[in-house]
Design a protein around this ligand. Sequence first.
Ligand SMILES: [Zn+2]
Length: 181
Amino acid sequence: MVEMTSSRRLHDWEMRAAQTVFADAIDYNRVRVHEGAVWTNTLDDWSRRLRSLSPRPVKQHNAVALGFHCFFPVKHIHPVAQVRDVNASSMAWMLHELAHVWQFQHMGWRYLLFALAAHLREGGRVYDFGGEAGLRSCRRKGWKLQSFNLEQQASILEHAYRLLTTGHLNSTWYAYLNDVD
Ligand SMILES: [Zn+2]
């Protein structure tokens, strides 16, 4: 059976979860979530092939954010009433894509060029920010969240959200979270 793409706005609980990271820096009402958009995986398969990167792991999916539109290849998360019931990985994935929306709001469509350039330049390492140790040493050099490439930024915020939900957010992460404006 062919799965159809469906579009929706953010659920209220997704908005509340996103606000823990982005506060009011995102115009949440303009965000549209598209689920079942299988082309996002196909796009990733082709771009990996073109760049001679290893194939996408079987259970890993690829999402794409274009402006206010977040495209996911699968049905996302089931509506729940309480943030504490949210599937953390699923929401972290959403947070990653919302980071691109946040970048779009700040930079306009330039964000897309910068993101693509980072992918071409860094290949499979494009998301790698060096973990907490990397964050700490970069901070000592005066780096902010915005000093990282756009995929690293999204990765950092995604990780920060995971730590936030489990109560493990320390001062290193908090400093970068504070850079969200
Ligand atoms: Zn991304």
